[in-house]
Design a protein around this ligand. Structure first.
Ligand code: C5P
Length: 205
């Protein structure tokens, strides 16, 4: 069973993907981490994330980088969104994601283009979303709890910028697959969203 979970930043898709993986006993891949690793490695190389050749050179990052806490930083998310517009970068990361999706027994993957590009044949596809204001509110609260000093307006502006870049790029833009179920988590607790996600997957499989 392959489950594709796509959606914009701070929609809850990562939490939902991990909960689905635990519920159905499947391995899970957060594909955003791969783009974050490329973005971060580009910076370590003193490269420019907006230059395709610099970002491509960073695609052979060491696997150990995937465990680096720096990948979780907001700034790294911004770098990831910049390197992910380059088709050469998407191509370099493609096979690794396809192999993960097609492993025997199945898998859960979360990202932006899982249901459209990486696993268009997935058994269940969820498009997880919430309004930019709600996502900014969550991201702001989460950063605040980690002691990061940032104001809400800055977080909201960053969310708008990332949405525009992820949805506006030519190659594999963030979009709901025609056969994906929409899950708007805006009015839901995370527990309710997870229960709804499980029910949607069960209805498809
Ligand atoms: O999901 P996360 O916020 O970690 O992703 C970071 C960035 O990586 C996204 O803003 C997006 O630009 C890019 N990404 C992508 N395709 C994916 C996963 C992430 O382009 N499948």
């Amino acid at each position: 069973m392959i489950i594709a979970v796509d959606g914009p930043t701070a929609s809850g898709k990562g939490t939902i993907a991990r909960a689905l993986a635990a519920h159905f006993g499947l391995p899970v891949l957060d594909t955003g981490l791969l783009y974050r690793a490329v973005g971060y490695q580009t910076q370590l190389n003193h490269g420019d994330a907006d230059k395709a050749e610099d970002a491509l050179a960073a695609c052979d990052f060491p696997d150990s980088l995937l465990d680096d806490p720096a990948l979780r930083y907001e700034t790294t998310g911004g770098l990831a969104s910049r390197v992910s517009v380059h088709p050469a970068v998407r191509k370099a990361l493609f096979q690794r994601q396809v192999d993960f999706a097609n492993q025997p027994g199945g898998a859960v993957l979360d990202g932006r283009d899982i249901g459209t590009v990486i696993a268009p044949h997935a058994d269940a596809k969820l498009f997880v979303t919430a309004s930019p204001e709600e996502r900014a509110r969550r991201r702001h609260a989460e950063m605040h709890s980690r002691g990061v000093e940032v104001d809400y307006a800055t977080v909201l502006a960053d969310i708008h910028a990332r949405d525009a870049r992820d949805s506006g790029r030519a190659d594999a833009p963030l979009t709901q697959a025609h056969d994906a179920d929409l899950l708007d988590t805006g009015e839901m607790t995370i527990d309710a969203a997870v229960q709804r996600a499980i029910a949607l997957v069960e209805a498809r499989t």
